[in-house]
Design a binder for this molecule. Structure first.
Ligand SMILES: Cc1ncc(COP(=O)(O)O)c(C=O)c1O
Length: 396
């Protein structure tokens, strides 16, 4: 049979970087290309305790259908916590529990984006979100990321040029993939520009709790007196991505549409996972758990940067990070990045080519992304040594 796909998806192609990922499945390949939490990061014992108790005492509460908005105690606790700790959530806002942060991008696209509408994204940005926006036939407009966050001049130009821009998608803390954190001045400037041009902001913050150095910077949503920011948080990087629990805090009218869209997608987020997250953040010492993660990753991030200094210099330079799970590396102009990544994978180390994160994958890019949370220290050392030797051999 000849299948005819919808206009929405018929032009979607598997990404060019899948070619490289095919090799990553080889157990001999050191993969620095994932974005998974460390195997040492999961509170497995606590999750087992909570699950065993609820299944023994009140199994129906986590096995039955539930409500689309999310598990009520979790919504209440998160609402209180985000207001108290981050000044996020006002009278006009409501909170929706979602199946991962990925679903927030999907529901926002479904609710807000018509075919051809513009979504302004940081360039580079998170592939998963870019692909979601693409799947709704949004036109992606990239704004370059500078060391202190997206270029404000380029953002204003993009807003002037694209009257049909629907939202600005930003990852202000320890951005995936660049590791960059947006300065307070720029957060305020992005907010003011969104207000001036009548465009929403979708603020994605899965890494905010994973700060290893520097001072906390208020989230854009904390300025939101005008109901123009949708804030997205996730438990994926701080409890477990497999549990698929995230949330968004959005102006009520948007929230209501997101709920209707969610009903058509998956009815509700896994109630058992929501229950476990709620118990874990309220009945256990969640702050101590976060502290443990920060300690683990501070060590791993520093180890990774030390290895880059030792093995990769001078051919590979990198951007120092204050948090998150990724390090963005640059090659000199004289080295062709895509060929470098292909050769690296043949030498059994896999990184993600930087152009995969651009709004236009065909644009020239001389960077690649390393993840340090998933590999063991031995794998990190082996992988970075190979990358360093390969890059430096090309300088000669
Ligand atoms: C910036 C960013 N947003 C969203 C996600 C998706 O997270 P979740 O597992 O909550 O769907 C990721 C995952 O890596 C991410 O890096």
């Amino acid at each position: 049979m000849e299948y005819t796909f919808s206009d929405r998806v018929s032009n979607l192609k598997p990404s060019a970087i899948r070619e490289i990922f095919k090799y990553a499945a080889d157990p001999e390949v050191v993969s620095l290309s994932a974005g998974n939490p460390s195997p040492d990061a999961f509170p497995a014992k606590e999750i087992a305790e909570i699950s065993a108790k609820v299944l023994a005492e009140n199994p129906i509460s986590v096995l039955q259908y539930s409500v689309s908005e999310g598990y009520t105690p979790l919504r209440r606790h998160l609402t209180e916590y985000m207001k108290k700790e981050h000044n996020i959530g006002r009278e006009g806002d409501d909170i929706l529990i979602t199946t991962g942060a990925q679903q927030v991008m999907d529901l926002c696209s479904k609710a807000l984006v018509n075919e051809g509408d513009v979504v302004i994204c940081e360039a580079p940005s998170f592939i998963g979100s870019l692909n979601t926006f693409r799947s709704y036939n949004a036109k992606l407009v990239g704004v370059p990321v500078e060391p202190d966050g997206m270029s404000i001049t380029a953002l204003e130009q993009a807003l002037k040029d694209n009257k049909n821009a629907k939202f600005i998608y930003t990852i202000p803390n320890f951005q995936n993939p660049s590791g960059v954190t947006m300065s307070l001045e720029k957060r305020k400037a992005v907010y003011e520009l969104a207000k001036k041009y009548g465009v929403l902001i979708l603020e994605d913050n899965p890494y905010g709790d994973l700060r290893y150095s520097g001072e906390f910077i208020p989230n854009i949503k904390s300025f939101d007196e005008d109901e123009i920011v949708i804030y997205c948080g996730s438990f994926s990087k701080v409890i477990s991505p497999g549990m698929r629990v995230a949330y968004c805090i959005a102006p009520k009218q948007i929230f209501q549409k997101l709920v209707v869209c969610k009903q058509g997608s998956d009815v509700h987020t896994n109630i058992w996972s929501q229950y476990v997250c709620d118990e874990f953040i309220t009945k256990y010492d969640f702050n101590a758990h976060l502290e443990k993660l920060r300690k683990l990753y501070t060590k791993k991030a520093q180890f990774c940067m030390d290895l880059l200094d030792k093995y990769a210099s001078p051919a590979i330079t990198y951007h120092k990070i204050d948090g998150g799970l990724f390090i963005w590396c640059d090659l000199p102009e004289s080295i062709d990045m895509p060929s470098f990544c292909k050769e690296a994978v043949l030498k059994k180390v896999c990184v993600v080519p930087g152009n995969a994160f651009l709004t236009d994958e065909n644009e020239k890019c001389n960077s690649f992304r390393i993840n340090f949370s998933t590999p063991t220290d031995e794998q990190l050392e082996k992988g970075i040594k190979i990358l360093g030797e390969l890059a430096n051999s090309k300088l000669k």
